[in-house]
Write a protein that binds this ligand. Structure first.
Ligand code: ZN
Length: 328
């Protein structure tokens, strides 16, 4: 028998030894909980394709935010579902919009909780696209600069209502710079921007569109969200957003894009977020329901992988459970 000098298994012999050499640990502080607040309901509604995820009424959302904080979470990402939609997404930037109302109430009860708001127009547009559209015969266009103007109004209105950070998720060109400039010019220099910098057009968003009631009524989002085949382009997108003033950059979805996450974190050294999206969530939930996976072990493995691949911040529908599971 050959004498081995190196036996890596020596450090795997017991749980205590493995803990000593563990390189990546997840804690409650890594996670952001997405919350959906709807103006259309009085009582929480389950989302069929995402078991365990609910839309909350304006009355309930404060308690839900408080509950998240009590569990040890530090941040929420707020999505709004308005009563009425139109072609200018006016519900997104009115002073008494659903997100604006929710923010004021949450900030009053939980001033320490970091409130991040999704800044997009799709939930507020009657056609469900993330921007202003123009239809020419069979073709439709999502107009970039016209959309950016509305995104700026939305971001300003969220910031004025108390958002600590705005998170534009639309993928229009130039919106980070425009929002940064508007915040600064309106005496809101402290409001941060978490940019959905590399957001890919993905089949994994399906269940979210039920949650946010935002499926496009025609066409798809490929003229603004990125092609899943492109990594170099993702890096260019991230560089643009950083140059325009993004404080945090995000990669979305998560598991199929670990290479992008790694390259973004390594290449730019900026706080980097990843969004573990609805389809990724639904897939695991279905597997758990069928008895294929143990939920806790599966989710902890996925979240550890995301952090190992460079994520500083993980947005996940399991944030509540993880706050507990991560305690061990
Ligand atoms: Zn959108």
């Amino acid at each position: 028998m050959r004498k081995l000098l190196q036996r890596p298994r020596r450090l795997r012999r017991s749980a205590a030894l493995r803990n000593l050499v563990r390189e990546t640990n997840v804690t409650a502080h890594d996670f952001v909980l997405p919350l959906f607040v709807s103006e259309k309901i009085n009582k929480q509604q389950p989302i069929a394709s995402m078991p365990g995820v609910f839309q909350f009424s304006l009355k309930e959302i404060v308690d839900e935010a408080r509950r998240a904080q009590d569990l040890g979470l530090q941040a929420i990402l707020l999505f709004g579902i308005p009563k009425k939609k139109d072609e200018q997404a006016s519900g997104a930037y009115v002073e008494d919009g659903v997100v604006q109302q929710a923010l004021r109430a949450i900030k009053q009860k939980c001033p320490e909780l970091v409130t991040i708001t999704d800044v997009c127009l799709c939930e507020y547009m009657s056609h469900g696209h993330c921007g202003v559209t123009r239809i020419d015969g069979d073709h439709f266009h999502v107009l970039n600069d016209e959309t950016v103007e509305l995104l700026v109004k939305t971001a300003l209105s969220h910031a004025a209502a108390g958002a600590d950070m705005v998170a534009p998720s639309d993928m229009m060109d130039g919106r980070i710079g425009a929002i940064r400039e508007a915040l600064d010019n309106n005496d809101l220099p402290e409001t941060g921007i978490m940019s959905y910098a590399a957001k890919f057009a993905s089949v994994f968003y399906g269940p979210f569109r039920e949650a946010a009631e935002s499926p496009p009524q025609f066409g798809d989002r490929r003229s603004y969200q990125m092609d899943c085949a492109n990594a170099e382009e993702a890096l260019r997108e991230v560089a643009l957003d950083i140059n325009e003033g993004a404080d945090i950059v995000m990669v979305k979805p998560a598991l199929p894009y670990l290479d992008i996450l790694w390259r973004v974190r390594e290449g730019f050294g900026k706080p980097t977020a990843v969004y573990h999206v609805s389809g990724e969530y639904a897939m695991i939930k279905a597997g758990v329901e069928k008895g294929f996976f143990d939920e806790r072990a599966t989710v902890l493995e996925i979240m550890t992988s995301l952090k190992r691949a460079g994520a500083d911040i993980i947005i996940t529908y399991w944030a509540r459970e993880l706050a507990e599971w991560a305690r061990g």
